[in-house]
Every structure is written in C-alpha cells, then in structure tokens.
Design a protein around this ligand. Structure first.
Ligand code: URP
Ligand code: ZN
Ligand code: ZN
Length: 460
C-alpha cells in the first residue's frame, strides 16, 4: 500500500518546509517537492500543517484506583487519543505488593492486546524492589519496558521508601533506564488530610488545600538528590507548580540529568476551578492538584527554556456519576485523576502557538519529539523523516473547535474544558501508514495498535 500526502507544510521539532510525503506500507519512504510517484491513495494537505503523530507518555487506561477504575479502557482511550492527533501512548502498568514485576506487565499486556487504535508502550509502577528483583527489572528492560514509575505519595498503596528509590534508580540507571517520579511528600500530606477531615473540611477544594506546593517541591528535591547519589537520571512526572520547577531548574543548571513533564491541566486550569459550585470541584481532583493561576506563566517559561521537556496528559478519567461521587462527603475518597488524552495536541497548539508562548517547532517537540527521545522511541517515532514510522497528523491550524463532553470520544461524562473554544483541529491521522482518523471520523479497527518495545533514553 502506497500513500502520498501532497502539498502540506511539514513541521518537525527543527524543520518547516513544503513537500510531499510518500509512505510505503508503515514507513515514510520519500520526502520531496512535487513527487511524481504513483500511489494507491493520495491525501491533499494543501493549507494544512503536517506534523508527527503526538506521543503521550503518561496515561492510565483502566487504572484501578480508590475502589473503582479509570473509565477509559485501551479501546476507548486510544480511539479518543487518535481523534486528538496522538498516535502513541505509554501507559503505566502496576506492580501490586507481592507481585512479580513480569506478572504485572503481563497483566497490562492482557488489558491492551488487540484493543488499541494506536501504538502503545508501558512503564511499570514499581511498588516493591528488593535486591533479588533487580534481575527481573533488567529482563523487563530487555523486553522494551525501560522506564519505571515510583511514588513518594499514597502511603500504603503506591508509596516506596527512599531505600527502594535509591535501589531502583541505581539498577535502572546501570542499564540506561529511567525512573519516573511522582514527587510529593505523601507522608506529610496524609497528616494534613487527617487534620482537615477532623475539622469537618470535606469539600473537593480541600484536596488542593491539603497538598501544598512545598510538599511537591520537597519531593522533587529529594528525588533529584537521590538520583544524583545513584548517578542516574530522573524524570519528574506531572510537575504542577513554580516551587517544584525551581528544584528542577536548579539541578539542570548544575548539569544534572533531571527532566520533567507538565500537563495541559496545569497550564490552563487553576485552583479557581475547585471553587465551582456544589460538588463540581471534584472534576479537577487530581494529584498533584491544580495550583494558583500565577504558576501557569512560570510553567510556560519552563517549557520555553527547556527546564520542562515534555507535555503529557496524566489521562486518568473517572465519571462524575458513581465514581467521583464516591467522595461526596469526603474529598479524600474522590478518585484522583482527570480526562485529557483527546485534547492535548490542539490545546497546546492553541495555548502555545496561537497565543504566542512557543514556536511551532517547540510545539511539535513538546507534544511528540521530546517524549520519543526521552522514552526510547526516536527516530522511529516523534519526527517526519525517511525511515520513520508513518505516524502523521494533518492539522488544520485555522479552524476552531469547542470542547465538550457532548462531542468528545473519551468514555467519561464531563470535560475539564467544557465550552472552551480553541483554534486548531486534527483532520486526518495516520498510524504506521494506515488512516485511522479521516475528516475527524475514526475509521480504524481495534487492534491496529502495536506494542512498542522501547529502547533507552537519548535525551541526555
Ligand atoms: O491524580 C492522578 N494523577 N491520578 C493518576 C495517578 C498518578 O498519580 O499519576
Ligand atoms: Zn502520579
Ligand atoms: Zn499519572
């Protein structure tokens, strides 16, 4: 099967030019001006941007959490991702206490296999790592699971102690692997939560008010210090505020391999959302929480100056009905997480490029290329080049859309951006050469997506 994309404006992390792209099978084979080759299918991209498929390295499909589970499975979640121009996700498999690392990953393979619309990889949330499990960690790395998430939060569930963090960083670092850190001092936070509940403070906004930015900054500082002692890199996930960013900036200025991502919710939403009437604030109960609005400008500055390298979503949807409602009388029982996988690329285009905060090239870098390099997918993914997978988005940079739960494709009964009008619409999406979104409609088949056996980080 040959596909020719004609007349588009190709944008990568470094290029901006007009050319045609010939795709043979799953791969880009020729890029050039006015290609004369025959093709089975010709797509006219006149007047459109042609960008690499987005990579979202932080999703939680079907994550069991707080007595329920994330409402998108690998089918609905990846179809929604494709609608929004994302062609690869990296989801978090979970090792429960007492479980072998390999068993945990097998469990996630079973959830995803045959279901996905786009390609997918896994990180492993590691909740136990004794010396005798390090061999297993290395086996997983050989199988393409080259990054591991550790938690400093959620005592009794996911939290690991500093010894485990040090062991994991040393063991992963030895082989070029990467530790992703949920950096928040969960022990202190739990004490603050107990105090709030004892004072009768049960509304959703107390989720934010019991998780101070200092708790995140302390976690980031400690994660980086432990990584430095382990002589390993570290990647801070879902960084939400200026306090925490300052820790990353200071480390990077010292030349340390400290990396971080932020997410659209921290760039476009704020603490004010928790003050919405009634129980509406529960829509935004995620961890870390939304912060005071002034933090947004600091995060954009961090993205511009490369103190933040990646924008992911931390997509972890729970419906208001029956799921968020579990915490109607106690904010600490509201399942933590929010939907986002569908709108990351257009939201960042609108808030970044249209609103003059970042360049077009940086937009592509933040939503695709940097994640490919960070998580061992580059140059197969994350760029438009001869030999790369034909993961391509044809993006209408002029058209507008209004985000709404009534029209989105995520399996969740609300949108955190309800009614927001943005410029930029994903028109056509190719995943390894197959058209999966055509004029905004899903035309692929469940199971089109393939497991991504990832290499190691090349971002350093
Ligand atoms: O609230 C969140 N972020 N839920 C997903 C789990 C995590 O910590 O990433
Ligand atoms: Zn987390
Ligand atoms: Zn997460």
């Amino acid at each position: 099967m040959k596909t020719l994309i004609r007349n588009g404006r190709i944008i990568t992390a470094v290029d901006d030019y007009r050319a045609d792209i010939l795709i043979e099978g799953e791969t880009i084979s020729v890029i050039g001006a006015k290609l004369e080759m025959e093709a089975d299918r010709v797509i006219d991209a006149s007047g459109k941007l042609v960008i690499p498929g987005g990579i979202d390295p932080h999703t939680h499909m079907e994550l069991p959490f707080g007595g329920t589970q994330a409402s998108d499975d690998f089918r609905t979640g990846t179809i929604a991702a494709a609608h929004g121009g994302t062609t690869s996700i990296i989801d978090f498999a979970v090792q429960y206490k007492g479980q072998a690392l390999i068993e945990a990953v097998d469990n996630w393979h079973q959830k995803a296999e045959g279901k996905t619309a786009i390609d997918y990889g896994f990180h492993l949330i590691t909740t136990e790592l004794e010396d005798n499990q390090i061999e297993e960690m290395h086996t997983l790395m050989d199988e393409g699971i080259t990054s591991f998430k550790l938690f400093m939060a959620y005592p009794g569930v996911f939290l690991v102690d500093d010894a485990t963090i040090f062991r994991a960083m040393s063991a992963a670092g030895e082989r070029g692997g990467l530790i992703c850190m949920h950096a928040e001092n969960g022990i202190v936070i739990n004490e603050i939560i107990k105090r709030a509940l004892a004072q009768g403070r049960t509304a959703p906004k107390y989720h934010a008010l019991t998780r101070p930015t200092r708790a995140e900054a302390e976690g980031v500082h400690r994660a980086i210090a432990i990584a430095e002692m382990a002589e390993a890199p570290v990647y801070i996930v879902h960084l939400s505020c200026a306090d925490a960013l300052e820790q990353v900036r200071e480390a990077r200025d010292r030349g340390l391999p400290a990396f971080a991502e932020t997410c659209p919710q921290y760039l476009f939403l704020s603490y004010d959302n928790y003050e919405e009437p009634g129980f509406e604030g529960a829509k935004y109960v995620m961890t870390p929480p939304l912060r005071e609005k002034w933090n947004q400008a600091e995060l954009w500055k961090g993205l511009k100056m490369d103190d933040l390298q990646v924008i992911s979503t931390d997509h972890c949807p729970f419906c208001m009905k029956e799921q968020k409602e579990l915490g109607k009388d106690d904010f600490s029982k509201i399942p933590n997480g929010a939907p986002g996988v569908e709108h990351r690329v257009p939201l960042i285009y609108n808030g970044g490029v249209v609103e003059n905060r970042i360049s077009l090239n940086r937009f592509v870098e933040l939503t695709s290329t940097a994640a490919a390099k960070m998580f061992g997918l580059f140059p197969k993914k994350g760029t438009i080049a001869v030999g790369s997978d034909a993961d391509i988005v044809i993006f209408d940079a002029e058209r507008q859309q209004t985000i709404s739960a009534a029209t989105h494709h995520m399996n969740v009964d609300y949108s955190a951006y309800e009614g927001k009008t943005i410029t930029g619409v994903v028109e056509t999406v190719l995943s390894r050469g197959r058209v999966v979104i055509e004029n905004g409609e899903y035309v692929g088949q469940a199971g089109d997506g393939k497991f991504l056996k990832r290499g190691t980080c090349v971002a350093m």
